[in-house]
Design a protein around this ligand. Structure first.
Ligand code: NAP
Ligand code: G4F
Length: 344
C-alpha cells in the first residue's frame, strides 16, 4: 500500500521539492493551496499531470478548511510547510504572521485530533534556525537556547513548543526540523541569495545597473533546498519522534555570497568602505555595482547563524555537504543567467 502525504505550502520552494521527492518514492501526494487572484503555481506546474498529485483549497488561518481537508485525505504524514516566511515582512504584518505561523500549527495539530488520526498520522513542522536569533552559542545545535529576534521567529517558537507539547501530552508523532537557510533556483526573489543571483545575472547582461542590499556582514549557514527536503522525510521515518538541526556546518557572509555569485556571472568584485558607505566595485570597469541601502535593514537582525548537523548525520544518516556552498551559488547563477537572457 502506498502512503498518503499532505503538504501545506506545496507551492513554495520547499513544498515543490518535497512533492517531487514523495512522488518519486511512490506516495500519493496531496497539496494544500490558497485561493489567489492569479493561479501562478510555476514551482509545481510540472507535477500537475501526475495522477498521484492532488491539490485542495485550504488555509492555515481557517481551522474548518483544515479539518475538512485532513478528514478527507486521512494522510499518513503531514508536512506543515506553509508560512508567511519572510522575516523582514513579519515586522510589517506581525499579527498576520502570528496567526499563520504560530496559531496555524496549533490548527493543524487539533485538526488531526478532531479527525481521530492522532495515533496514525505523523507530522513534520517546518521550524527554523531563526529560533536561535540573537545567538547564545556558536555553532547552534539542538541544545542551544532559543532567543528569537523577529515577529516571525517568535511565532515559529510557538510552533516549535506546541508541537513538543502535543508530542508529550497526546503521545503524537510530531517533530520539528530546525532548518538553517536553504536556497535554490526556486527561492523567492526577495530573499537575499536569489536577489543577488538574479542581480548578478542582470548586471552581467547589462539589464540592471546596481544592486541595493542591507547588512553585508550578516552570516548564514546556506544549504541546498533539494537536499534539505530529504531530511524532512527522514525525520518522519525515524523510530522515535525527535527534533533535529539541519544545516551544512559551514558559514558565509552576504558579502561572500555576492563575490561568488558575481564571479560566476563573469564579474570580479572588490568591496570598499564600511557600514552604510560600503560599495561593491566591478574590478574590470571600476563601476559601483553594489550599494548598501537602509531600506533592507531590519529593526533587529539575526547575524550569526551557523548550525551543527551532527545529530542529523549520525541518527538519520543524512549527508549535510551533498551540495557545497560553491555548487549552490553556481547552480543558482547559471539558472538565472538563462532566465535573464529571455527577459526583454
Ligand atoms: P516559501 O517559498 O515562502 O513558501 C511558503 C508557502 O506557504 C507557499 O506555498 C505559500 O503559498 C504558503 N502559505 C503562506 N501563507 C499561507 C496560509 N495562510 N495558508 C496556506 N498556505 C500558506 O517558503 P519556503 O522557503 O518553501 O519554506 C517552507 C517552510 O520552511 C516555511 O514554513 C518557512 O518558514 C520554513 N523555513 C524555511 C527556511 C528556508 O531557508 N527556506 C528555513 C527554515 C524554515 P502561496 O504560494 O500562496 O504564497
Ligand atoms: O535571505 P534572508 O531574507 O533570509 P532570513 O532572514 O535568514 O530568513 C530565511 O531563513 C530563515 C532560516 O534561518 C527562515 F526561517 C526564513 O523563513 C527565511 O527563509 O536574509 C538573510 C540575511 C539577513 O541577515 C538579512 O538582514 O541577509 C541580510 N540581508 C542583507 N541584505 C538581506 C538583504 N536580506 C534580504 N532579504 N534582502 C536584502 O537586500
Amino acid at each position: 500500500m502506498s502512503k498518503t502525504a499532505l503538504i501545506t505550502g506545496v507551492t513554495g520552494q520547499d513544498g515543490s521539492y518535497l512533492a517531487e521527492l514523495l512522488l518519486e518514492k511512490g506516495y500519493d501526494v496531496h497539496g494544500m493551496v490558497r485561493r489567489s487572484s492569479t493561479e501562478k503555481r510555476e514551482r509545481i506546474d510540472h507535477l500537475m499531470d501526475n495522477p498521484n498529485f492532488h491539490l485542495h483549497y485550504g488555509d492555515l488561518a481557517d481551522s474548518m478548511s483544515l479539518v475538512k481537508l485532513i478528514g478527507t485525505v486521512r494522510p499518513d504524514e503531514i508536512y506543515n510547510l506553509a508560512a508567511q516566511s519572510h522575516v523582514q515582512v513579519s515586522f510589517d504584518v506581525p499579527e498576520y504572521t502570528a496567526d499563520v505561523v504560530a496559531t496555524g500549527v496549533l490548527r493543524v495539530l487539533e485538526a488531526v485530533r478532531v479527525c481521530g488520526l492522532e495515533k496514525t498520522c505523523r507530522i513534520y513542522q517546518a521550524s527554523t534556525s531563526e529560533l536561535f536569533g540573537k545567538v547564545e552559542e556558536v555553532p547552534q545545535r539542538e541544545t542551544t537556547p532559543f532567543h528569537p529576534y523577529s515577529p516571525y521567529a517568535v511565532a515559529k517558537q510557538y510552533g516549535f513548543w506546541i508541537v513538543k507539547e502535543y508530542r508529550e501530552a497526546y503521545n503524537m508523532f510530531c517533530c520539528s526540523g530546525i532548518l538553517f537557510n536553504h536556497e535554490s533556483e526556486r527561492r523567492g526573489e526577495t530573499f537575499v541569495t536569489r536577489k543577488i543571483s538574479l542581480a548578478a545575472a542582470r548586471i552581467a547582461q547589462g539589464k540592471q545597473d546596481k544592486l541595493y542590499l542591507g547588512n553585508l556582514s550578516s552570516l548564514r549557514d546556506w544549504g541546498y533546498a533539494r537536499d534539505y527536503v530529504e531530511c524532512m522525510w527522514l525525520i518522519l521515518q525515524h523510530d522515535t519522534p525527535e527534533d533535529f538541526v539541519i544545516a551544512t556546518g559551514e558559514q558565509h557572509s552576504v558579502r561572500e555570497f555576492c563575490e561568488y555569485a558575481f564571479r560566476e556571472a563573469g564579474i570580479e568584485l572588490e568591496f570598499k568602505g564600511e557600514g552604510m558607505d560600503e560599495v561593491g566595485i566591478d574590478k574590470a570597469t571600476g563601476k559601483v555595482v553594489i550599494e548598501v541601502s537602509p531600506e533592507f535593514y531590519r529593526p533587529t537582525d539575526v547575524v550569526n547563524l551557523w548550525g551543527d548537523p551532527t545529530k542529523a548525520k549520525t541518527e538519520l544518516g543524512w549527508n549535510p555537504t551533498k551540495t557545497s556552498f560553491e555548487e549552490l551559488v553556481k547552480l543558482m547563477v547559471r539558472h538565472d543567467m538563462k532566465l535573464v537572457e529571455k527577459e526583454n
